[in-house]
Design a protein around this ligand. Structure first.
Ligand SMILES: [Zn+2]
Length: 53
C-alpha cells in the first residue's frame, strides 16, 4: 500500500507512506523533507530532537 503524504518543500519530490514506513522526514508544522534534502541540509533539526521540552 502506497499513500501520498505530500511533497518535499525543498525539491518538490513526492513523499509516500509505504506500508507504514514514511519515505521522508516530517517536521513540526507539516513540513516535509525527503531523505536526500535532510542529508544535504545540516541545519535541519534531527528528527529525534523535534520533541524537545
Ligand atoms: Zn527533497
Amino acid at each position: 500500500m502506497r499513500e501520498l503524504v505530500g511533497n518535499c518543500i525543498k525539491c518538490g519530490k513526492e513523499i509516500f507512506c509505504l506500508d507504514g514506513f514514511f519515505n521522508g522526514v516530517l517536521l513540526k508544522g507539516n513540513t516535509i523533507y525527503c531523505f536526500d534534502c535532510v542529508k544535504k541540509d545540516s541545519t535541519l533539526p534531527d528528527q529525534s530532537s523535534t520533541e524537545k521540552k
